[in-house]
Design a protein around this ligand. Structure first.
Ligand code: NAP
Length: 469
């Protein structure tokens, strides 16, 4: 059984920071590199899988199926998990450099972009990432509160797949979500929800909608929900039509076709609505008694950027939308890790094809690499990280073969963690907690009963250890 205590081989040793998709695909590519390698994976949480546990929607269990692949990777005897270990605090980057030949940062993007408009601080204005983390039981987000019981109309800024997840959860019923692994604390709020209308605000046109066709189609298949779009909003301007023809992806054409078709249905008969608006960008939020009451949007037109991509440009036309809540789904953003270079402009670890550089345009930091969202920014589906990880591992392989790596004096990090009193969670510990969560969930007619607080997780992990008293 792979366990942290077996760490410390004398050969090629790699530390992977993070345990989401990018981290596991990096480990997989390393194990396929054709040379024995030890992979030690670190996560600040006691539980693995990053956004697959804390981000993928509870009604998208098929997507969470990738965990089976990650479990196979973790079954390699040269894999060790160190959960509950925060790099930058429990272990410094220098500590990692003293123990490993190479260090790969795969810690994703943990924060959100700001709109930067007046009123963003009003109560009732939320980051979609907070809502997603909350309903998924992520320990960082369990404390958030969303007043769904007093809200009828919600503005959702941005129209990527995170916005689709948020819209779908807001427009679903608590009963439909009950059998899933949704955090139990979310169910009473969703049960009391009065949300009837979600207004999706896209700053560009229907041809540039960031959602995947499958995601918008899924919402239109919800029993109580009409996807509503006016013929004006569904209209594609001449420049976008040309762009679609020349550079557009099949998914963008499918989105346009779907929206045009929806535009022929009018309001529909169902009690809940997802209204798709295009060419509108929020410029201010107004409140009463400190709570958001309306969104002022400015109408946009599309102009060609230098590379021909349609970009939004403001028009002299405004509109006020009365709303009860606002969710901003305008992208994740990276958070710096102490000791690791950070490109503040892009919110990523600066790198050249996966090799970390001291600053943008600066020298390569030998032995340090990036993979996944913290390497390229928060875009792409889970599988995109597999190709990305393979590319980083190609660079690592070449550097390892050429001797361009760190020269660690020590082989086993376990002793250092013990010395610092850090109770590192092993893969075996996680497997016990996993089985316990599933069993607890099933006894309640649910897929999983997720523990949502780190101290609760650690208490349970300790109690499940065979030598627990
Ligand atoms: P995203 O796909 O990049 O979408 C961000 C949206 O926010 C875009 O519509 C963007 O408009 C808009 N936006 C950005 N800044 C804005 C501003 N200042 N004002 C108004 N609108 C603004 O990001 P995401 O939805 O966070 O998703 C991240 C990645 O995860 C994506 O690749 C997504 O496909 C993936 N994901 C997949 C699933 C799934 O497969 N089920 C679920 C969740 C996430 P512009 O296009 O004009 O920039």
């Amino acid at each position: 059984m792979p366990d942290s205590t077996s760490a410390g081989s004398t050969g090629w040793r790699v530390a992977v920071v993070g345990s989401g998709p990018a981290a596991f695909y990096t480990a997989e590519a390393l194990f396929k590199a054709g040379e024995p390698v030890q992979v030690d994976m670190f996560d600040r949480l006691p539980v693995p899988f990053g956004l697959v546990r804390g981000g993928v929607a509870p009604d998208h269990q098929n997507i969470k199926g990738v965990i089976k692949v990650y479990n196979k990777i973790a079954a390699n005897p040269a894999f060790h998990f160190f959960g509950n270990v925060r790099v930058g605090k429990d272990l410094t980057v220098d500590d990692l450099a003293a123990h490993y030949h190479q260090v790969v940062y795969a810690f994703g993007c943990e924060s959100d972009n700001k709109l930067g408009v007046p009123g963003e601080e009003l109560a009732g204005v939320h980051a979609a990432t907070d809502f997603v983390g909350w309903y998924n039981g992520h320990p960082d987000h369990r404390h958030h509160r969303f007043d769904l019981a007093s809200a009828r109309t919600v503005a959702l800024v941005g129209n990527g797949n995170v916005a689709m997840d948020v819209a779908r959860i807001l427009l679903s019923t608590a009963d439909a979500l009950l059998p899933t692994d949704i955090a139990e604390h979310a169910l009473p709020s969703l049960r009391q929800s009065q949300v009837r209308e979600v207004i999706l605000l896209g700053r560009r046109g229907p041809a540039q909608a960031a959602f995947s066709p499958k995601e918008i189609e899924e919402i239109s298949e919800l029993p109580d929900v009409d996807v509503v779009v006016t013929p004006e909003d569904a209209a594609v301007d001449a420049m976008s039509a040309q762009w679609l023809e020349k550079d557009g992806a099949r998914s963008q054409t499918r989105n346009v076709e779907f929206l045009r078709e929806r535009a022929t249905h009018g309001e529909g008969e169902k009690p809940k609505k997802l209204r798709c608006r295009f060419l509108v960008a929020p410029v201010g939020l107004k409140g009463e008694d400190g709570h958001v009451r309306s969104v002022r949007v400015q109408h946009m037109k599309l102009v060609a950027a230098g590379d021909g991509t349609p970009r939004p440009e403001p028009r002299d036309a405004f509109e006020d939308l009365a709303v009860d809540l606002v969710f901003k789904a305008i992208g994740y953003r990276g958070v710096p890790c102490p000791g690791v270079p950070f490109d503040d402009k892009k919110g990523i670890v600066p790198n050249v094809e996966g090799r970390v550089v001291e600053k943008v345009g600066g020298a390569v930091r030998t032995g340090h690499y990036a993979s996944g969202w913290c390497k390229r920014g928060p875009t792409g589906l889970i599988g995109t990280n597999s190709l990305d990880a393979k590319a980083t591992v190609e660079a690592m392989k070449a550097d390892h073969a050429g001797g361009k790596q760190l020269a660690p004096a020590k082989a086993d990090v376990t002793a250092l963690l013990q010395q610092r009193g850090v109770d590192a969670v092993t893969w075996t510990d996680w497997q016990r907690l996993d089985a316990w969560e599933v069993q607890q969930g099933q006894s309640r007619g649910r897929l999983r009963h997720k523990l949502v607080a780190v101290d609760e997780m650690m208490q349970r992990i300790r109690a499940l250890r065979p030598n627990a008293s």
